[in-house]
Design a protein. Structure first.
Lengths: 325, 495
């Protein structure tokens, strides 16, 4: 223990000594815009431990919490207070992007008010039903829903307009059912929704691949389709995608980080380069996979334009579903 | 016997020097954290989690440490409730109702000792229930659908209605204020922002801790200031600090009942220590009706009930986390995150595949509770000395602690201003003779009630008869009716 602290001190001393870059981070930290324990916490821990394991930072970055509105509080804080602080990386997810698309991040803030710098990885939607449910393919499920959409209860961990709702709505749309006819129940987080599925209160749970691990093993839940563009590799390669079953239902949950809108190009490029370095390091990849995410490597300008395109797409979806005008 | 075999395995894990040391350390840190207003078990566990991870503790040891912090904080929360009328965390709100009047009478030591013993029996009883019934209960917990939650909340409200004071109308008004506060934030059903006035900090609703600390701590400080200005500050006398056998016998059934109800409420995902202690307090008040009672003015039953219940619920909330991977409270949600960080997936398979973790944790909770009792009883004398500190020193310290505690939740000054506004509001309410506990409980219960009522109705498509679907709903409905009718009948029979 003592030896460990000594190495840490020594190591942090070394970082200071090896100042070679034009921009040099000073006590960088990751802001998780939620309470501890959730997905944003996990995103920050990937940055913190992944960068340390890949040797990019000598000690793990500090993680601070700023909960509120799926990232809205942190977004407003960065814009109002620290728009040019190059040492504050903030975690975001598709959930934050969806809310930006719907204007729920504040009246005057949109996707142009941040510098999207790097990704942690992605997760995909997964359509789950109880293990003893009568449907074995997405087709069978959709046929059952089509018979009487108003009697079929779907539920997940977010309200109307959240990503969980969006997954259900996209599934409905791809099978030709009006999403507005869907009977959707909002729970507080995925855990509660899962309990409701196991208890038989809801019939379908559009969850995430990241949650599948223990559940499928325990034999309590059946996964009918994964909402990824292509089949996953590794342990989930047996599960068919919705697309290959003939339903155009894709939902990629991206997790990554942004910097304040007024951060200098120098610092932005520095961090973007560090992400590229991390992506080439197997230790970082292992950190990502350990947290049940699929590696998805994108940083700098490429990511910035990808995010803007994605928010535009979501804005379209939200309009179609009548969430915004 | 399987259970004993596994429990023995658990103790062999928990009794290694490292784990034993961690239990003690966790309990001690937890007590400290719990006794500071604003810094509750959630923050304590969240702060220690990365630390435990980075020093490379094995998963069972890390979990044992964090769980120690969790129930240590449930113990510690009562200290400032009793001595200062400031609940250390949400589960300790009900403890202020009778604990503080006792302290004011000079029975602070007695109250602290009795509440420590009640907490101890509550925890131990709940742990035994957990060992015996965990698999069965996890099945019951998932049977609890939205309709069942609606009835449970209605039952809790009926318990509340006669809970505090002689003027039920003021209790009702208090509950309504709490209900109004509960409507602020993103509406969970439709995703629409309600009453947020465009302030992003309110998107997730008013933070529960900010309300608790603002209303209790800040208004308490204002009241202290007022009596200082009027020059009628009296030093609270410090009495003896022993728990007498007679006291214990007087509350043995109170503890028994509160442990069972607290445990069961803890098992349900979505209901935690604050609801458990409110139901226990309300139930005991009902039981005492017609007999000699002075609830709200320092009745030992009103102190024992919430303390046994909130500790029992802490153990109960571990059940769905360990058996189903579903957290039963905010704190267990973080413990769940800790398990995932160590690449352990909780769920039905945990007990089979990694019995050393599951049972080691359970065994460590037994040890931790004994340690907490042993640690707490001798310290009472020290805690009580708090009251002999001159208010001119004490008040600034309370203020400082609350500000630090609240700032540490979100790292945002908005909460500090909001806390002050709420504190002034609460001061006015208290001057008008309102009690604060109903406000807080209205806030907690209202959110759960609204969410579940709407879930039930969206499942049924607007058909209210879903509220009478299944046996559990009937049981809860009958309990609610009995809670209203029974005391009246008993009163009539007495006449």
């Amino acid at each position: 223990m003592k030896a460990r602290i000594a190495t840490l001190l020594l190591a942090s001393g070394l970082t200071l000594a090896s100042a070679a870059h034009a921009f040099e981070p000073n006590k960088p930290s990751c802001i998780a815009p939620a309470k501890p324990g959730g997905g944003f916490d996990l995103t920050c821990r990937i940055l913190s431990t992944g960068f340390a394991k890949a040797g990019i930072t000598k000690i793990p970055m500090a993680v601070t919490f700023m909960p509120g509105g799926v990232g809205a509080v942190a977004y407003n804080y960065i814009n109002a207070t620290d728009p040019d602080d190059p040492n504050k990386l903030v975690a975001f997810s598709s959930g934050s992007l969806l809310n930006i698309a719907q204007g729920k991040f504040g009246r005057n803030l949109d996707e142009n008010d941040a510098r999207w710098v790097g990704t942690a990885g992605v997760d995909y939607g997964a359509i789950m039903v109880r293990a003893d449910a009568p449907w074995n393919t997405l087709g069978e499920l959709v046929d059952a829903i089509k018979k009487d959409p108003s009697k079929f209860v779907l539920g997940a961990g977010g309200g109307v307009g959240s990503q969980d709702w969006m997954k259900a709505a996209i599934l409905m749309k791809s099978s030709g059912v009006d999403p507005k006819k869907m009977r959707y129940v909002a729970y507080e987080g995925g855990g509660e929704a899962l309990a409701a599925l196991l208890g038989g209160h809801i019939k379908v749970y559009p969850g995430d691949v990241g949650e599948m691990k223990g559940l499928v093993e325990s034999g309590k839940v059946k996964v009918l389709a994964i909402m990824s563009p292509e089949r996953l590799k590794g342990e989930f390669s047996n599960y068919p995608t919705a697309i290959e079953q003939g339903y155009d239902a894709e939902w990629t949950i991206i997790r990554g980080y942004y910097l304040g809108p007024k951060v200098s190009d120098e610092a932005y490029n520095y961090w973007s380069d560090q992400f590229q370095k991390a992506y080439n390091d197997p230790a970082f990849e292992k950190t990502v996979v350990d947290q049940n995410l699929v590696p998805f490597n994108m940083s700098g300008k490429t990511l910035d334009s990808y995010i803007k395109e994605r928010v535009g797409y979501m804005r379209g979806l939200a309009k179609e579903a009548g969430l915004i005008n | 016997m399987d259970v004993f075999h596994y429990l023995a395995l658990g103790f062999s894990v928990a009794l290694t020097p490292l784990n034993l040391g961690l239990v003690l350390a966790g309990c001690f840190i937890g007590t400290l954290i719990g006794s500071l207003p604003g810094i509750g078990p959630i923050n304590g566990v969240a702060i220690l989690l990365p630390l435990a991870y980075s020093v490379g503790l094995p998963p069972e040891s890390a979990l044992i440490l964090l769980a120690g912090v969790y129930y240590g904080a449930e113990y510690g929360g009562r200290i400032s409730s009793i001595l200062l009328n400031v609940p250390g965390d949400a589960g300790a709100i009900m403890t202020t109702l009778d604990g503080y009047p006792m302290a004011k009478r000079g029975e602070g030591g007695r109250a602290l000792a009795l509440s420590a013993v009640s907490s101890f029996f509550g925890s131990m009883g709940a742990l035994l229930l957990m060992v015996i019934f965990a698999p069965l209960l996890s099945k019951l917990a998932i049977q609890f659908g939205p309709s069942e939650y609606v009835w449970l909340m209605i039952f809790a409200f009926t318990c509340l209605a006669t809970m505090v004071g002689k003027r039920p109308i003021k209790t009702v008004v208090g509950v309504v204020i709490g209900l109004l506060l509960a409507t602020v934030g993103i509406d969970s059903g439709t995703g629409i922002l309600r009453f947020t006035m465009g302030i992003p900090n309110l998107f997730d609703g008013v933070d529960f801790l900010v309300v608790v600390i603002g209303m209790f701590a800040i208004s308490e400080v204002l009241i202290l200031l007022e009596s200082w200005a009027r020059n009628d500050l009296k030093l609270t006398p410090v009495g003896k600090s022993f728990v007498s056998f007679a006291d214990l016998m007087a509350v043995k059934w109170v503890i028994f009942r509160s442990t069972i109800s607290g445990f069961l409420i803890g098992v349900l995902p979505g209901t935690g220590a604050s609801i458990a202690s409110a139901v226990a307090y309300g139930t005991e008040k009902r039981f005492a009706e017609g007999k000699e009672e002075h609830f709200g003015q320092g009745d030992i039953r009103g102190l024992a009930a919430p303390e046994a219940a909130n500790n029992a619920s802490a153990a109960g909330s571990m059940v769905p986390m360990l058996t189903l991977g579903i957290p039963g409270s905010g704190t267990t949600a973080i413990l769940l995150g800790a398990l995932l960080m160590f690449n352990i997936t909780p769920g039905p398979l945990l007990f089979e595949q990694q019995p050393n973790i599951a049972w080691g944790l359970i065994a460590s909770m037994f040890i931790g509770n004994i340690a907490l009792l042993v640690m707490n009883l001798p310290l009472i004398g020290l805690f009580v000395r708090l009251l002999s500190i001159k208010q001119s020193y004490l008040v600034p310290v309370i203020v400082m602690l609350t500000f630090v505690g609240i700032y540490s939740i979100h790292g945002d000054t908005f909460d500090l201003f909001f806390m002050i506004v709420l504190g002034v509001f609460a001061f006015i309410l208290r001057k008008l003779g309102f009690s604060l506990a109903p406000v807080i409980l209205g806030l907690v219960l209202g959110k759960v009630l609204e969410e579940n009522l709407r879930r039930a109705l969206s499942i049924s498509g607007g058909d209210w008869f879903i509220l009478f679907d299944g046996a559990i709903t009937y049981v809860l409905a009958i309990a609610t009716v009995l809670a209203i009718v029974l005391p009246k009948v008993m009163k009539l029979r007495k006449k």
